[in-house]
Ligand binder design. Structure first.
Ligand code: FES
Length: 452
């Protein structure tokens, strides 16, 4: 018979059934229980800088339109015509005042001057004649998300009207996400995505990626070749974070986690790493000093890589990246990478970063190819009738997590541990079991509560 979610995910024991990475029924359940409810990353505001700009994104398996309306607000709508479902936007991005369906020509608008709510139906060919004026246009707008937030340039949305505000969902993980989004001086809006969005498909279950980014330092061995050939940020040997001591930090009640530095560590002087690019070196040195001046002790958290439950990950240290892992089927995902730079950085810095991203991350990048091989191989070797009955082992460091007193809701479990993966799958199981938001948020605490 079918196992229950609690039988499949025994997080406290460090056991997770392989079937949750390959099973079609579980996948359909995920789309309903996780992707229809959780806050999902849909893009960055710099992808739609001007009014009427749009960027076609995804939420779960569904295509959505991320657009900036004429009032400057970000809107997210299902990319599917209300009449017979045709995809409205067939380009990846562009600029449109109204969205007109190619099938029968219905058109929809986000202009607050024309419509009461974004995505309203404004044009129906033959409305007066074929429909005898009887079609109620107000009833047949595009489905819009229940909530959307522009969090320091990163756009998150949810289909669930009952979901808590994004900042509560994020909890104190925001200290670490902030380091990526408003790296320079803590003020939002200073970053942009360069070079477009890299998108590619991988024949693996989508959860392998966020699990890897949430704190799998153990897989470092996979990237040994990268250390040898020399494609690091500075163009030389070694990887970007190899010199930084990291801890596996997690937010057990929320399912988020990262590799990074605990708060209030001593940042120390700028460590040179761009010897081959003097302009980049000078720029990052200046940013470092600026951060020290404006942020003071607040800068003293640092993210190497981290994951926001369920499917968004990021690099918080320069050079910064954002990633999202879209489910396609139980055994395939579409991976998107975006590369963040300071908007007003010198062109030479942006160019050096673009080259670095290409050789290091993305489908042609060396670290990513290493990971893709592992995730594809693990998915493939777990699909069989025999192998899917087995459990993966996540037992490293069970029982060794310690709270981090400075950050309520935060725990640390050394450097090499599978704690972060355990809390991620525990969270996944809570969503899959259909817990109410009240239950899901019962243990959440915020930084402000420390004083109380
Ligand atoms: Fe869009 Fe008919 S499907 S107008």
């Amino acid at each position: 018979g079918h196992k229950t979610i609690d039988e499949l995910v025994r997080a406290d024991e460090g056991l997770v059934s392989r079937s949750i990475f390959v099973d079609d029924d579980i996948f359909q359940q995920e789309l309903r229980q996780v992707f229809s409810r959780a806050w999902l990353f849909v893009g960055h505001e710099s992808l739609v800088p001007k009014p009427d700009d749009y960027f076609v994104s995804r939420m779960g398996t569904e295509s959505v339109i991320l657009t900036r309306d004429r009032q400057g607000l970000i809107q997210v709508m299902l990319n599917s015509c209300a009449h017979r479902g045709m995809k409205l936007c067939r380009y990846d991005h562009g600029n449109n005042r109204t969205f007109t369906c190619p099938y029968h020509g219905w058109s929809f608008s986000t202009d607050g001057k024309l419509v009461e709510r974004p995505g309203e139906l404004v044009g129906v060919p033959g409305h007066a004649t074929h429909y005898k004026g009887e079609l109620d246009k107000k009833q047949w707008g595009l489905k819009t998300v229940a909530q959307v937030v522009n969090y320091k340039g990163a756009v998150f949305a949810t289909w669930d009207a009952d979901a808590p505000p994004f900042e509560d969902y994020l909890g104190n993980m925001r200290l670490y996400l902030d380091a990526a989004l408003d790296h320079r001086d803590g003020s939002p809006g200073g970053s942009e995505v360069i070079g477009g969005v890299q998108k590619w498909r991988v024949k693996c279950n989508w959860k392998f990626a966020p699990e890897n980014f949430i704190g799998d330092l153990y897989h470092d061995i996979s990237h040994r070749s990268v250390d040898i050939v020399g494609i690091g940020p500075g163009g030389g040997k070694g990887r970007r974070d190899a010199s930084v001591s990291r801890s596996a930090i997690c937010f057990p009640e929320l399912g988020h986690g990262l590799l990074g530095r605990l708060p209030f560590y001593e940042e120390g002087p700028y460590a040179p790493q761009y010897a081959r690019y003097p302009e980049v070196e000078a720029y990052f040195r200046q940013i470092h000093e600026q951060r020290e001046r404006t942020l003071g002790s607040a800068m003293r958290v640092q993210t190497s890589v981290g994951t926001i439950f369920p499917n968004m990950s990021f690099h918080g240290r320069q050079p910064r990246t954002l990633a999202v892992f879209h489910p396609i089927s139980a055994t395939e995902m579409e991976m998107w990478r975006m590369y963040l730079v300071d908007k007003d950085a010198p062109e030479a810095v942006k160019e050096a970063m673009r080259h670095y991203f290409l050789r290091y991350s993305g489908p042609g990048g060396m670290t990513e190819s290493d990971d893709m091989e592992n995730w594809t191989g693990a998915t493939e070797a777990s699909m069989g009738a025999m192998s899917r009955e087995l459990y993966f082992n996540y037992q490293m460091g069970v029982g060794h997590a310690q709270p981090v007193p400075e950050i309520p809701g935060c725990a640390v479990n050394g450097e090499y541990t599978e704690e972060n993966a355990r809390i991620y799958y525990r969270r996944w199981a809570q969503f899959m079991n259909g817990l109410s938001w009240e239950q899901l948020m019962a243990g959440a605490v915020r930084l402000e509560e420390r004083a109380a």
